[in-house]
Design a protein. Structure first.
Length: 279
């Protein structure tokens, strides 16, 4: 009888103990990020076209516009190194719109994302893990573009540290913009809608100082460029090449990156909350 009671007490005691310990935030983040990073290397069709476009525009713009732009600025009493002026534009084209949002849509359609929501994994890590892979991808894209600029004769006044800051600076902009396609993916679960999210970038890209310095812009284009955050991101990137460590220009660009990130991440968080509520 005593043995029976002892065994029962032992079973009761074990039932009160937790069956499993919840994982840490870092473990959740690493789990999602590792899977997302592996998928980047398994999809060369994701990286190769995204690399060809900025390299193509960089080379074509230099070949077609360098003499005209430099002569025009010289006639106005200024000086312009068009290769150094265009390299940040190529970086912006390389890193903007790069995200795992299309992969997220496939997970939503296949039911994998819904199964993740049934687990105790922390919801913010579902996006942060994907963005860790995005940061890796944008750095992979920005590096060859920067190397091409160096080969063509672009000289960084800030040296090697400036080149590293240049890559990270561009990568931060790419991550800040990535919230928009994630918001669309979570809201719609539609791959066509995610693919069309790049259209959002066109006003950012072309209504700014992509081809001429701000001083050369006139009328409504000059007004829009003044309020376009990409203008200040480009100026921050260009300062690392031409001006050295111009902390004021770098700070303005970082503030604009932070503002865009606040909006895009806010929309993505709201879309995530709506997706969780549906399940």
């Amino acid at each position: 009888m005593t043995d029976t009671i002892s065994r029962a007490d032992g079973l009761a005691g074990s039932a009160d103990e937790p069956l499993a310990r919840r994982s840490t935030v870092l473990h959740d983040l690493a789990t999602i990020a590792t899977r997302a990073c592996r998928s980047v290397f398994r999809e060369p069709e994701f990286i190769i076209p995204a690399l060809i476009v900025p390299l193509f525009f960089f080379v074509v713009n230099i070949g077609a516009l360098q003499d005209v732009a430099e002569q025009g600025v010289a006639a106005a009493g200024g000086e312009l190194d068009f290769k150094a002026f265009q390299l940040p534009v190529a970086i912006i084209f390389a890193v903007t719109g790069i995200s795992r949002a299309s992969s997220l849509v496939l997970d939503i359609q296949g039911g994998y994302f819904d199964r993740l929501l049934l687990t105790p994994i922390r919801r913010p890590t579902l996006l942060l893990g994907l963005m860790a892979a995005d940061l890796m991808a944008v750095l992979m894209l920005a590096t060859p573009v920067t190397i091409l600029g160096l080969i063509l004769g672009v000289n960084f006044e800030t040296g090697i540290l400036g080149i590293l800051a240049f890559l990270i600076y561009g990568g931060l902009w790419g991550i800040a913009f990535a919230g928009f396609p994630y918001a669309i993916a979570l809201k719609t679960g539609n791959p066509a809608a995610v693919n069309s999210s790049f259209i959002l970038f066109f006003p950012f890209a072309f209504l700014t100082t992509s081809f001429l310095p701000k001083e050369a812009l006139t009328g409504w284009l000059s007004t829009i460029a003044t309020y376009n955050p990409v203008t200040y991101v480009l100026e921050g990137l260009r300062s690392l090449i031409v001006d050295g460590w111009a902390w004021g220009e770098l700070a303005k660009g970082l503030l604009c990156i932070g503002a865009v990130a606040t909006v895009s991440f806010g929309l993505a968080s709201l879309a995530m909350r709506g997706r969780v509520t549906q399940n």
